[in-house]
Design a protein around this ligand. Structure first.
Ligand SMILES: [Zn+2]
Ligand SMILES: [Zn+2]
Length: 406
């Protein structure tokens, strides 16, 4: 048998169908050649002794706006590539860069620039494409998106964006109650883009229609979504909303931000209980500042000053009522998964699924990546029991290493 490129051995292997308490993974080129329990006789050019640590699939973040000083809507390609190396240091092998509502010209120009980053296969995590968050969002549930940039989906604008940068876009978050949203849902499906519901006050019926038209995922459930509300015409009559529709429909996957301030812990347990095994996803929704030490100060859009504080961002302001207010997520995927495991009381393997195979499934990539299985892409991470990452491989390439080889 010819020599393998890498043999990673003596680790707890989180394989797709089982946990191997003491096993190996063997890489050849871009792919996993084999995995199992007995690595005697396997010849490899390079070897890593995992020392009893976890060997798991690399993480896929479907929703992140940035990391450190890098912002997917604003930073130049070289900076984004630097950011992708940082993602790899937290075990992330694939990223959808998220934009926020802005002028069409700004979004289109940046997506042209990000196309060149997607083609770079040499550094850090892979930029799999872009998650367009807005500008087709409801003003009522806009969250951090600026009102002046919110739009309803007009055909000429949608066609222009798809015509110019449709190949870069993988998912689009929009509010299903907007005029034209059903047409948009179908148009995105035709373009091979996943339609995503979010930032929405939609009724049950509006959400159900969007699901019928092809919507298949929900952006940060419970954050800028509405569970149910009282009828405006008949007091005391309660009306179900989007949340009920997406919980009832098994085909729709749901993402939660792995941050206890955005999503209090009982929501993690609840979603774990009611959603099918492959339809629950953890994301970071992280902004600039992520991965930086506590107390780091940054400027964000609008010239505001913020600081990093234990996985979240807080405002700096002269007004004591505003100073210190929570204004966004700065969590990394490995910490999000550690919290998910605790909050939802999951096994390590079940928690990791939310950040690997499940997001791959939402993107339709589950046959290529997202789990450790012979023949799949060698996207994997070596980490300790607390998800502190030591080594990350992206398509068989050593993308991050914080230890010495043997
Ligand atoms: Zn959002
Ligand atoms: Zn976001």
């Amino acid at each position: 048998m010819s020599k393998a490129d890498w043999l990673i051995y003596n680790g707890q292997v989180l394989a797709e169908t089982c946990l191997l308490p003491r096993g190996f993974v063997c890489l050849q080129g871009e792919r996993i050649a084999s995995l199992g329990e007995d690595w005697r006789g396997i010849e490899a050019r390079r070897r890593i002794d995992a020392g009893g640590r976890l060997i798991g699939p690399g993480f896929i973040d479907l929703h992140t706006h940035g990391i450190a000083d890098v912002d997917f809507l604003q930073s130049d390609p070289e900076s984004v590539l630097r950011g992708l190396s940082l993602y790899a240091s937290f075990g992330v092998t694939r990223v959808l860069g998220s934009t926020y509502a802005n002028q069409y010209e700004t979004i289109i120009a940046q997506l042209h620039r990000l196309r060149s980053v997607m083609q770079d296969r040499e550094r850090g995590a892979l930029l799999h494409g872009v998650h367009l968050e807005g500008p087709w969002l409801s003003p009522r549930c806009r969250g951090g998106h600026e009102l002046e940039y919110l739009r309803t989906p007009e055909r000429q604008d949608v066609e222009r964006i798809l015509g110019e940068v449709g190949d870069v876009i993988r998912t689009v978050t929009f509010s299903p109650e907007l005029p034209g949203a059903l047409w948009l849902t179908e148009r995105l499906c035709l373009a091979g883009i996943v339609p995503v519901l979010g930032h929405t006050a939609a009724s049950f019926e509006e959400a159900e229609q969007a699901i019928r038209a092809g919507a298949r995922h929900v952006t940060h459930m419970y954050e800028a979504t509405i569970g149910y509300r009282e009828s405006e015409v008949q007091p005391l009559v309660m009306l179900p909303g989007m949340e009920t529709a997406v919980l009832l429909e098994d085909a729709v996957s749901i993402e939660l931000i792995g941050c206890p301030l955005h999503v209090p812990p009982p929501f993690f347990r609840f979603l774990d209980k009611v959603k099918p095994r492959d339809k629950k996803v953890i994301v970071t929704d992280s902004l600039v500042g992520t991965g930086m030490p506590d107390g780091s100060v940054l400027s964000i859009k609008g010239g505001r000053q913020i600081y990093v504080d234990q996985g979240v961002l807080r405002l700096i302001d002269k007004d004591p009522a505003v100073n210190g207010n929570f204004c966004g997520s700065a969590i990394t995927m490995n910490v999000a998964l550690r919290r998910l495991r605790e909050y939802a009381r999951l096994s390590t393997a079940d928690a990791v699924r939310w950040g690997s195979l499940n997001p791959a499934t939402t993107l339709g990539l589950q046959r290529e990546t997202g789990s450790l299985l012979a023949g799949k892409l060698a996207d994997l991470v070596i980490m300790d029991e607390d998800f502190n990452v030591e080594t990350t491989f992206v398509k068989g390439r050593l993308a991050y290493q914080n230890r010495t080889e043997t």
